[in-house]
Ligand binder design. Structure first.
Ligand SMILES: [Zn+2]
Length: 188
């Protein structure tokens, strides 16, 4: 892929083959990787997401971006080196828009990665950030939150009431996946 084509990348949806590909290690931090990260940061900011993995822009490389203290932090070749506890909480995914469900995740993780300059970094995270890191590393390993979700909790977010309360509709996993499979690459 030429560098200029990174600016054309968009967030892909369930049904795109890259979401089920094991992402390859980056190892060498080239200008291509930096261009990829730049585009991912633009996309996650526009989508108001908490995290994004390169698989989600159709590029199966081990790169993720997570929001930490209101900043989007790129993680290259991230690895969960320790995890403890388990807690169920609600999750969604930019590649499965409007679908939510309850997923058990570790309450605390330690992640090793490199930053965009190649420097080694180590993150100790709890709660929401630990959850986001697990979700993104799962993407790099071709896993989606629906693979781990309690199936009885899945629902579509249909919109909001005038008071701002969510309007939801329960769904089965099969029905939800059929909806995405019918239009895997379409935009809202
Ligand atoms: Zn996701």
């Amino acid at each position: 892929m030429s560098r200029s084509s990174y600016s054309d990348l968009t967030i892909v949806r369930y049904g795109h083959p890259a979401l089920r590909e094991q992402a390859k290690p980056v190892r060498r931090l080239t200008d291509d990787v930096r261009a990829l990260v730049e585009r991912m940061v633009d996309l996650i900011r526009a989508a108001r997401g908490l995290g994004l993995a390169a698989n989600q822009v159709g590029v199966p490389r081990r790169v993720a971006v997570v929001e930490i203290d209101e900043q989007f932090v790129p993680l290259v070749d991230p690895e969960i080196v320790a995890a403890s506890g388990s807690e169920p909480a609600e999750e969604g995914c930019l590649s499965l828009p409007r679908l939510y469900g309850t997923v058990p995740r570790p309450t605390r993780v330690v992640v090793r990665a490199r930053d965009i300059s190649g420097k080694r970094i180590k993150l100790t995270a709890e709660g929401m950030l630990a959850r986001a890191l697990c979700h993104e590393v799962d993407h790099l390993n071709a896993k989606l939150f629906t693979d781990r979700a309690d199936r009885s909790t899945l629902y579509w977010l249909m919109g909001h009431t005038e008071e701002g309360d969510p309007l939801t509709q329960p769904t089965t996993l099969d029905d939800a996946l059929k909806v995405f499979a019918a239009a895997p690459f379409s935009e809202d």
